[in-house]
Design a protein around this ligand. Structure first.
Ligand SMILES: [Zn+2]
Length: 319
């Protein structure tokens, strides 16, 4: 009995020192591991770069599950607008370097505008960085100063527009014609009359339009007044210039017909393609008469979001 008791006490004493030492060792080890792990963490690296707590939170949240994107931000020098860019609705990660560049050159612009402009390629000069547009997009083909149709592109099922709805000799895609007639009838029921002044134009005729201006008043003037061949939406067979009788193009927005289209065109699949106040984005002067068919769903979405087709395409279709 006695010896056993002594033995136990001795062991405990020894054990206490041993256990105490071990615990202390573990605490130090855990502390060291934690410190090293933290110093290797994304959070530490971002704070170390100069981002504040809330910036870091934003960056980690927005790049969640995307190691590559996070690495990219870690590689870049500290830039206070990166977290702001990440929270923009139409931010597209692959454009990050371009946003930063553009913001640097245009310090007066808001971060939101930087995103918009770069998304629609406005960090590039017109007609530079031109790509052949993706014609597999069908009704959603994008044609602008950066996306072109080739010489041979012709829409299928081009039909004549009856003189009830248009001036002589107008042609358009069959599907667009049907949508336009429904729209025409709805407007007509309210005592309004629409009329098409221009519709499908092939590559050749667009080339002639542009060249005839260029030959008389120069290329710069031609670019400000007409699209270059391959860059006109009229070649898609999806665009209509619509006015009413006794109204010139540039007076059309004073008419009841225009007001009606503003409220209703999207219900028939049409959008006002070059709106007022969006000239910098679309690259075109305001054209109250130029309507583009994109189908009801997309037209409604664009109408509700209040964005241009160029923006819509970049974010929803090309991204
Ligand atoms: Zn037009």
């Amino acid at each position: 009995m006695n010896t056993r008791k002594k033995k136990r006490i001795r062991l405990s004493k020894f054990g206490k020192i041993f256990i105490g030492g071990t615990i202390l060792g573990i605490i130090i080890l855990v502390y060291l591991i934690n410190t090293i792990t933290y110093r290797m963490s994304d959070e530490y690296k971002l704070l170390d770069k100069g981002y504040n707590k809330s910036d870091v939170e934003t960056i980690l949240k927005k790049t969640k599950n995307n190691e590559e994107q996070l690495d990219k931000i870690k590689e870049l020098r500290y830039n206070r607008i990166i977290p702001k860019l990440l929270t923009q609705r139409y931010f597209i990660f692959k454009n990050l370097d371009r946003y930063l560049n553009y913001a640097n050159k245009h310090r007066d612009l808001s971060v939101k505008d930087v995103v918009t402009m770069v998304n629609v390629n406005r960090d590039y000069e017109y007609y530079t960085h031109v790509e052949n547009t993706d014609t597999s997009k069908g009704d959603l083909i994008l044609v602008n100063k950066y996306h072109k149709l080739n010489k041979n592109f012709q829409p299928d099922q081009i039909v004549e527009i009856s003189s009830q709805y248009a001036y002589e000799g107008q042609q358009i895609s069959k599907k667009v014609y049907e949508a336009y007639r429904s729209m025409w009838n709805a407007a007509n029921k309210e005592g309004l009359t629409l009329i098409v002044t221009s519709s499908y134009r092939d590559y050749q005729s667009q080339d002639e339009v542009w060249n005839s201006i260029a030959n008389s008043t120069g290329e710069e003037d031609a670019d400000s007044r007409a699209a270059r061949a391959g860059h006109s939406e009229h070649q898609t067979g999806l665009a209509l210039d619509i006015v009413t009788y006794n109204s010139y193009n540039n007076e059309f927005d004073q008419t009841e017909e225009f007001k009606w289209l503003q409220k209703n065109a999207h219900k028939y699949g049409f959008i006002l393609r070059f709106p007022k106040g969006k000239e910098d984005i679309t690259g075109y002067s305001y054209e109250s008469w130029h309507y583009r068919y994109v189908g009801k769903d997309v037209a409604t979405k664009i109408h509700d979001l209040g964005i241009t087709y160029d923006e819509y395409y970049a974010y929803y279709l090309e991204k």
